[in-house]
Design a protein around this ligand. Structure first.
Ligand SMILES: Cc1cc2nc3c(=O)[nH]c(=O)nc-3n(C[C@H](O)[C@H](O)[C@H](O)COP(=O)(O)OP(=O)(O)OC[C@H]3O[C@@H](n4cnc5c(N)ncnc54)[C@H](O)[C@@H]3O)c2cc1C
Length: 627
């Protein structure tokens, strides 16, 4: 708690250039960019960092192949460039992954036609990944025996990227970067609204843990409250050109369905892409796309039925998946930016997922609408540019605030690890060697861990059964990761509660030790808080207090408590047309893609891709230069 307490003191006593409200991916990357470039920044979140939308994504860093549906080639181009940039900047975290897509007979287009589309996608993405491949039904079967190919007309393989350690950890790393550059950041601090007084924003803040209120002073406010941006703007009397509409998406975590490290992609009953995503010893399936009126959402029976029904239709499993195998759920809303003046007759699925930065120069107020994890580096840079326009000094404008440590540091780490034979200490159940894991998660600080293990080999031992966490990681977590509640550790800094059964976590002797290391004399209280509801079968459990602090998440958990007492869901076919529409809408991306493809001249595409490739190379060189 020392890290949090000292940051709380700073928040209450200093005056900042910028206060950022919301520690999801948009707020975290903005904080890292501003702090890295020398701006005095504060960051608060009313829950944990990445405790909302940014922990419910599909963990994909992608060029947005599906946005070809809305002819939005410029968005695809932008996202492909962002994906490539992230892959280059975080080679051990953001990694290429193959997508194996099955197309059933009777689908509007032949798989060869769709495969041609993946070539365009590959070109738009500067050919930065492995080549797409066409696959016959037997080649599909050969690659992945669990796919039901009885109705398959064929398929194709293409590449995008994914986040190895999950979205929440990825997001937290930007908060950590901001702290490294001197930002003042604290979780569980809620903004109750702000007022402009003599050219300074005065924000009333509440420490959610003890209820204390205090004021935070800053020249500029960045509202990065994700789905709650509009709510916060209303509290602060800000009028904006944009506002949010919400699209709910759920994922279910089930036992590992296949050991291949591929994403299996299908077109669901509603025509949208639907995924089976590897997640260590588990598999993540989903997602849905349901328009909502409010950002506070929960998983419904219909959502679960839709996901299970679609997966069972497309895979040939020994036993179809049912509710009993679900280990955890994830549920959030995609905040989609729309013009406030636009009517309500928009086609919901055609709405762009682009982020929009809305500024009020007179009040020095910025709102970030929409966005994707994939686009986080651009969000950071754009916020710095806006803040600079308001007259805030940016002492190090060219500083490169993101990316893994330099190759020389990695080589030094690898050498030291080799000399002490670190990988021989890897637990037999681990999915990767310790060297790989420690470098990816801790970068430069992994060197400190080697020292701890050299001093005391027990520090290299596995701490919580069924996970890969070793003892010295907990020291690091306590010191540097602002873990305030046990859930912050189990669900977000680590993904333990997503992949390990709740009972196993509860009875792990290592968890007791972990609590003591993290919380000292508060260990029992934090443990009890996490396991407060004895009937809760989901590891996504919240104590009543935490639930009150995070209504969106607690809502999604309610479903778990009720699910077992409910009758089985109706099959999707039995839903009325309007109900089915309510679950999801959409169509294949490809018909429109091809109309558009032919309307573009081939020459233009090639020229654009070549020029883009040159751009990327130039950027790559620049990025590797020291700031
Ligand atoms: C189902 C689903 C799948 C997705 N898949 C992908 C994907 O694969 N790849 C991808 O790139 N993107 C994906 N996205 C999109 C991406 O997850 C979101 O766009 C992104 O996480 C939004 O981040 P954010 O920072 O805007 O919001 P959030 O992560 O919600 O952060 C906002 C924060 O503000 C805080 N807050 C709100 N009000 C206050 C207040 N008054 N005081 C203090 N704090 C406050 C909240 O607690 C919250 O933590 C997906 C989204 C969903 C829902």
């Amino acid at each position: 708690m020392q890290l949090r307490n000292s940051n709380l003191d700073k928040l209450a006593s200093e005056t900042f250039d910028v206060l950022i409200i919301g520690g999801g991916i948009n707020g975290a990357s903005a904080a890292a960019a501003l702090a890295g470039k020398g701006v005095k920044v504060a960051l608060i979140d009313r829950g944990d960092f990445a405790g909302s939308t940014s922990m419910h994504s599909s963990n994909l860093v992608w060029g947005g192949i599906k946005y070809m549906e809305s002819y939005d080639f410029s968005l695809v181009r932008k996202l492909c460039k962002s994906r490539n940039h992230l892959m280059r900047s975080y080679p051990s975290t953001v990694q290429e992954i193959r997508f194996l897509t099955t197309v059933t007979r009777g689908f509007r287009h032949h798989p060869r036609f769709l495969w041609a589309g993946t070539w365009l996608y590959w070109l738009i993405g500067n050919a930065a990944t492995r080549l797409p491949k066409f696959l016959s039904p037997s080649a599909l079967r050969e690659r992945e025996s669990i796919i039901d190919t009885s109705e398959a007309a064929g398929g194709f393989e293409y590449s995008d990227a994914y986040l190895h350690d999950n979205d929440a950890r990825f997001t937290f790393n930007f908060v950590r970067t901001a702290l490294d550059y001197g930002a003042a950041a604290a979780n569980y601090v809620e903004s109750l609204g702000a007022q402009r007084q003599d050219g300074t924003w005065v924000t009333r803040a509440r420490n959610v843990i003890d209820g204390d209120t205090f004021e935070i002073r800053a020249q500029v406010i960045v509202n990065a409250a994700g789905p709650w941006v509009d709510e916060h703007n209303a509290m602060t009397r800000q009028q904006t050109q944009h506002q949010h509409v919400y699209s709910k998406g759920i994922h279910l975590i089930v036992p590992k369905l296949t050991s291949s490290q591929r994403v299996l992609a299908f077109f669901a009953d509603d025509g949208r892409l639907f995924f089976v995503i590897p997640m260590g010893e588990r598999t993540c399936i989903g997602t849905t796309d349901t328009r909502m009126e409010s950002p506070d959402v929960h998983v419904t029976d219909e959502d679960v039925a839709f996901v299970l029904d679609n997966i069972n239709k497309r895979l040939k499993l020994a036993k179809p998946l049912d509710r009993d195998v679900i280990i955890a759920s994830r549920c959030g809303v995609r905040p989609l930016a729309v013009k406030a003046s636009a009517g309500s007759g928009r086609d919901f699925l055609q709405l762009s997922r682009k982020h929009v930065i809305d500024t009020n120069a007179a009040d020095a107020h910025i709102s970030i609408f929409g966005g994707k994890l994939t686009d986080c580096l651009n969000v950071g840079e754009e916020i710095v540019a806006e803040v600079k326009r308001f007259g805030v000094a940016v002492p190090y404008p060219d500083y490169r605030w993101y990316g893994e440590p330099p190759e020389t540091v990695r080589q030094e780490f690898l050498h030291q690890a080799r000399l002490m034979d670190l990988d021989a200490m890897t637990s037999p159940e681990a999915s990767e060697p310790l060297t790989t894991r420690l470098w990816r998660r801790y970068g430069t600080h992994a060197l400190d861990m080697l020292e701890e293990i050299r001093e005391d080999p027990r520090q290299g031992e596995l701490l919580i059964e069924g996970t890969e966490y070793i003892r010295c990681e907990l020291h690091q977590a306590k010191r540097r990761e602002m873990i305030t509640r046990l859930e912050d550790f189990l669900r977000r800094r680590a993904k333990i509660s997503l992949v390990v059964n709740n009972d196993q976590i509860r009875h792990s002797p290592g968890l007791r030790e972990a609590c003591e290391m993290l919380f000292g004399d508060q260990a029992q209280a934090r443990y009890d808080e996490y396991f407060a509801d004895p009937h809760d079968q989901t590891p996504e459990a919240l104590s009543p207090v935490a639930a009150a602090d995070n209504p969106a998440r607690s809502e999604s958990l309610k479903w778990w408590r009720d699910a077992r007492s409910r009758p089985p869901p109706r099959p999707l076919e039995s839903l009325r047309g309007s109900e089915r529409q309510g679950i999801c809408h959409g169509g294949s991306p490809y018909p429109s893609l091809y109309v558009r493809l032919w309307s573009l001249s081939v020459r233009q595409v090639v020229l654009e891709a070549t020029a883009a490739q040159q751009d990327d190379h130039i950027q790559w060189r620049d990025n590797r230069e020291p700031p």
